[in-house]
Design a protein around this ligand. Sequence first.
Ligand code: KIV
Length: 271
Amino acid sequence: MSVHKNVKRVTTHTLQEMKNAGVKISMLTGYDFSMARIIDTAGIDVILVGDSASNVMAGHETTLPITLDEMIYHASSVVRGVNRALVVVDMPFGSYQGNSREALSSAIRIMKQSGAHAIKLEGGREVIESVTRILTAGIPVMGHLGLTPQSIYKFGTYTVRAKEDEEAQRLIEDAKLLEEAGCFAIVLEKIPADLAEEVAKSVSIPIIGIGAGNGVDGQVLVVHDMLGINNEFSPRFLRKYNNLYEEMMGSIQRYIEDVKSGDFPNENEQY
Ligand code: KIV
């Protein structure tokens, strides 16, 4: 599968082995070649080409506007930067809901044109026909339950999901349905930690959490958020590992000063 020698690629089977062995799975989003190269070289297990690209790359308020062509563009850029990690691509809003044939052809386009290794889609029972049909083509599918941002206009807010018993029960049932259908993993977004832990114990496939506590099999964050590039987003679940907004701002301001003062370029920086 890989043209790069001496690199043992992460596969969906690797993730299952990690869950079985109690080894936590690390996952971050990535949308472009340069960032993907850094994330992969750092040793991440999974890179998610998230439809959060709609927010952090394109500046849209929601994930709804991003298109299949745009997701394929981001995914193929990421794939070119990756030697080891499993690359999973979000199916964008409108490319799989309510029509399993269209879902299959969207998933095939992503796999064929980007070279990625798996797709992710949001929802449980309402998308199970699409999940099943995509799996018939041998395309690995990751599920996504809890806060599903493509349904933001149904939810009305980005607050914690499944706090009430009825929604929690439905979520557990959906996780089991996705496992039975053949999904290789499920993302749980912004749900109570106790519920996420219960789901991780109720299914045998890996559960990756975001804002879902520490009782799951792995964690995912949006890379721009954890690096502090986006300084306007600080939910409770986010740990910021840097403040790149400030660092980048400082570097760019110093560059502007150097250009304006004539300090840059100096004798060693010219031909
Ligand atoms: O699009 C995305 O970044 C995601 C993660 C938040 C899981 O789906």
